[in-house]
Design a protein around this ligand. Structure first.
Ligand code: G6P
Length: 617
C-alpha cells in the first residue's frame, strides 16, 4: 500500500525513480509523484491517477537533470486521490520533499500545532505534517538525518518516510515503523524502496531494516541508526541477496502479470517443494526454528490471514486436522485479536501472508506473541516484517507476485500448508512414514496436473467470453472445495467488479438458493468420487440449482460421469486426493476471472480501489 522509491547515484534519478515506481505501482495507483534535488533546490511533479499520467506530464515538461530523488505511488487514506494530495509533500519553504506510506495517527494534533505557528497546509494528508516538521527541524543547522530522527520520535502510527533536502544533493533519508522499507546496495549508487522490485534491475544486494530505524543513503554509504540517532545494533538489520532477477518482474509476453503468474504456477509449486523432503519422502523443514519438542506440545493451531491467504488457511485446516488431529481454527487476522482469543504457550499461530507486510496480519501475530504463543509465518517475501517478527518461517518460493489478485502466491501457500501439516504428522507420529511419502509423491505430481489445466485454458477463456454480460456468479463447493468456491468468488469481485459469492453447497438450501434464477452461472466444484458420500451430496446440490434454472459450470475429475447429465459446462480436473484438490480446482477459476475482466476492459493487474500490500489496519 503506497510504493516508495529513493535514489542517490550517478544515473539520472528521474529515470531510476520512475522505473522503480512502475514496478511498485501494484501497491497503489491513486496518484504518482517525484521530487529531485537540482542545483541547490527541489524540482517536482505529481499527478492524480496512474503513473501514466505522471509519465505524460514528464514527457511534455521534463524535470532538469539530477542524480538524487524520491518518488511515490499512492493508495489514498487521508484525502481524495487528487493532484494536491499526491506525494511528495513539501515543507513550508519548499526545502524538504517527503513521501510516506502508512498512517500518522496523531497528525491532527501536530497539524493544529503547525497551523497555530502559522504554517499553511496545502493538502488533506497526514503526510504534509511530517514534511513541515522535518523542514522545521532542519532550520537549526542539523542534517536531514538528524531532522528525521527528531521528527520520528514525535509520530504515532505506522510509517515509512523518505525525504530529500534541496540543499543537500547527496543524501536521501528514510525511516520506518511498521511499514516496509528495504535498501538496495549498488556500486556508487544506493536505493531505498518499499520492495526490492523497484531496484532489481540495478542491484540484487539488499538490506532489510529493523523497526524504528532511520537509514541515510549517499552514493557510497549506507548508515542505519535508531530514532535517537544511536548507530543500529548489528543484527537489527540484515543484508541479503535477492534470488530472482529482472525477468521475474516483467510480463514476459503475457498481457497481464496475473496471467503470467497463473502460468508460472507449475514452476512455483516445484520451487516451493524443493529441498523440503529427502529421497524417501521424509519432510525436512530446515528454516523452522521451532524445536520438535515444542511442536509435539502444540495443542491448538490458529491460522490467520486476510483475503486469499485466509482461504489458504481454511484449506490447511482440513489437511492439518486430518493428518495430525490437532484442532485448528481459521481466523481473519483483523478479527483475531479483538475477540480475545484463547492463546497459550502451546498454541501455534500460523500467519499466512504473500507480502509479509499486511498490517492486519502483523498486528495479529504481535498479539499472539505477547500472549507467548509460538508464531510461524508462511510468506513469499524475503526481508518482510511478518517472517521477521515470527518464531519460524516457511518461505513459499513463488517469485515476485505483482498482479494485485493473488494466484501463484495462493498456490504456494497451499503447498506450504500441506508441508507443515505433513511435518507435524511426522514429528508427532500421527502418520506413518510411507503415508507421508505417498502425499509428498502426490504433491510432486501437482506441477504436471496444473500444467495440463493451463494447456486447456482456451475452454475456460471461451466460457468467459460467453458469460461476458453476467451480472452475478455463484460458486459452490463442499469440504476443501468450499474455500475454493470463496476464492473463485473473490477473484471475480476483485477483477470483474460483479456480484460473486461462494457457498458451502450444503448451505444452499438454507437461504442462498433463493438467489438462483434463470441462466445464473453457478460454478460447482465437485469432490473426487468415493468418499463419505461427499461427492453424491454435491451432485444433489447441482441438481437443485439446475432445477431452478441455473447454468451449471461443473468442475469434476476425469472419469466422473455421474455429474455429466447435470453439467451445462463441464471442466475436467485431474484426479487427485480430496485434500489436494484445491490446487487443481482453483486454476480454472483464476483463468476465468482473468479472462472475464480482460474482456470487460478492466485493468486486471491493478483493479480499482485495491492495493496488493495493505499496510494499514
Ligand atoms: C489484499 C489483496 C489480496 C490479498 C490480501 C492478503 O487484500 O488485495 O489479494 O489476498 O491483501 O495479502 P497478503 O500479502 O497478506 O497475502
Amino acid at each position: 500500500m503506497c510504493g516508495i522509491v529513493g535514489y542517490v547515484g550517478s544515473k539520472q534519478a528521474e529515470a531510476v525513480v520512475v522505473e522503480g515506481l512502475r514496478r511498485l505501482e501494484y501497491r497503489g495507483y491513486d496518484s504518482a509523484g517525484i521530487a529531485l534535488v537540482h542545483d541547490g533546490e527541489l524540482v517536482w511533479d505529481k499527478r492524480a491517477g496512474k503513473l501514466a499520467n505522471l509519465d505524460k506530464a514528464l514527457a511534455e515538461d521534463a524535470l532538469p537533470a539530477s542524480s538524487t530523488g524520491i518518488g511515490h505511488t499512492r493508495w489514498a487514506t487521508h484525502g481524495a486521490p487528487t493532484d494536491r494530495n499526491a506525494h511528495p509533500h513539501l515543507g513550508a519553504t519548499g526545502r524538504v520533499a517527503l513521501v510516506h506510506n502508512g498512517i500518522i495517527e496523531n497528525f491532527a494534533v501536530l497539524r493544529d500545532e503547525l497551523v497555530a505557528q502559522g504554517h499553511e497546509m496545502l493538502s488533506e494528508t497526514d503526510t504534509e505534517v511530517a514534511a513541515h516538521l522535518v523542514e522545521c527541524a532542519l532550520e537549526d543547522g542539523t542534517t536531514l538525518t538528524e531532522a528525521m530522527q527528531a521528527v520520528c520520535g514525535r509520530l504515532a502510527g505506522a510509517f515509512t518516510l523518505v525525504a530529500v533536502d534541496g540543499r543537500d544533493p547527496d543524501r536521501v533519508v528514510a525511516a520506518r515503523r511498521n511499514s516496509p522499507l528495504v535498501v538496495g546496495i549498488g556500486d556508487g549508487e544506493n536505493f531505498i524502496a518499499s520492495d526490492v522490485a523497484a531496484f532489481i534491475e540495478h542491484t540484487r544486494d539488499a538490506l532489510e531494516l529493523g523497526q524504528d530505524q532511520v537509514v541515510t543513503i549517499t552514493r557510497d554509504d549506507v548508515t542505519v541508526t535508531d530514532f535517537e540517532g544511536r548507530p543500529a545494533q548489528a543484527g537489527s538489520y540484515r543484508p541479503y541477496h535477492v534470488d530472482w532477477d529482472l525477468s521475474a518482474a516483467e510480463k514476459g509476453g503475457f498481457d497481464w502479470f496475473m496471467r503470467k503468474e497463473i502460468h508460472e504456477q507449475p514452476g512455483a509449486i516445484t520451487d516451493s517443494m524443493l529441498g523440503r523432503h529427502d529421497a524417501a519422502g521424509a519432510l525436512q523443514l530446515d528454516e523452522l526454528r521451532i524445536t520438535e519438542e515444542e511442536l509435539r506440545n502444540v495443542d491448538k493451531i490458529i491460522l490467520v490471514g486476510c483475503g486469499t491467504a485466509n482461504y489458504a488457511g481454511m484449506v490447511a485446516k482440513y489437511a492439518i486436522e486430518h493428518w495430525t488431529r490437532i484442532p485448528c481454527e481459521v481466523e481473519l487476522a483483523h478479527e483475531f485479536r479483538y475477540r480475545d482469543p484463547i492463546l497459550t504457550r502451546d498454541t501455534l499461530v500460523v500467519a499466512i501472508s504473500q507480502s509479509g507486510e499486511t498490517a492486519d496480519t502483523l498486528m495479529a501475530i504481535r498479539h499472539a506473541r505477547e500472549q507467548r504463543s509460538k508464531v510461524l509465518a508462511i510468506c513469499n517475501t524475503n526481508g518482510s516484517t511478518i517472517p521477521r517478527e515470527s518464531d519460524a518461517v516457511i518461505y513459499t518460493h513463488a517469485g515476485p507476485e505483482i498482479g494485485v489478485a493473488s494466484t501463484k502466491g495462493f498456490m504456494t501457500q497451499l503447498v506450504a500448508c500441506y508441508l507443515l501439516g505433513l511435518y507435524l504428522a511426522q514429528v508427532r507420529g500421527t502418520k506413518y512414514g510411507d503415508e507421508i511419502a505417498q502425499v509428498v509423491r502426490e504433491l510432486e505430481q501437482m506441477p504436471l496436473h496444473v500444467q495440463r489445466l493451463l494447456d486447456a485454458a482456451e475452454q475456460v477463456n471461451q466460457l468467459a467470453r460467453e458469460l461476458f454480460s453476467a451480472r452475478s456468479v455463484l460458486f459452490l463447493g463442499r469440504h476443501t472445495g468450499f474455500p475454493i468456491a470463496l476464492e473463485g468468488a473473490l477473484k471475480l469481485k476483485e477483477l470483474a467488479y460483479i456480484h460473486a459469492e461462494g457457498f458451502a453447497a450444503g448451505e444452499l438450501k438454507h437461504g442462498p438458493i433463493a438467489l438462483v434464477e434463470d441462466r445464473l452461472p453457478v460454478f460447482c466444484i465437485v469432490p473426487p468420487q468415493g468418499r463419505d458420500h461427499l461427492h453424491d451430496k454435491m451432485v444433489s446440490g447441482i441438481q437443485e440449482v439446475r432445477a431452478r434454472g441455473a447454468r451449471t459450470i461443473v468442475l469434476a475429475e476425469e472419469g466422473d460421469e455421474e455429474v455429466t447429465p447435470y453439467a451445462d459446462d463441464l471442466i475436467r480436473l485431474p484426479r487427485v486426493p480430496t485434500l489436494l484438490q484445491p490446487m487443481v480446482a482453483v486454476v480454472p477459476l483464476q483463468l476465468f476471472a482473468c479472462e472475464l475482466a480482460t474482456r470487460m476492459g478492466n485493468d486486471v493487474d491493478q483493479p480499482r480501489n485495491l492495493a496488493k500490500s495493505v499496510t494499514v489496519e
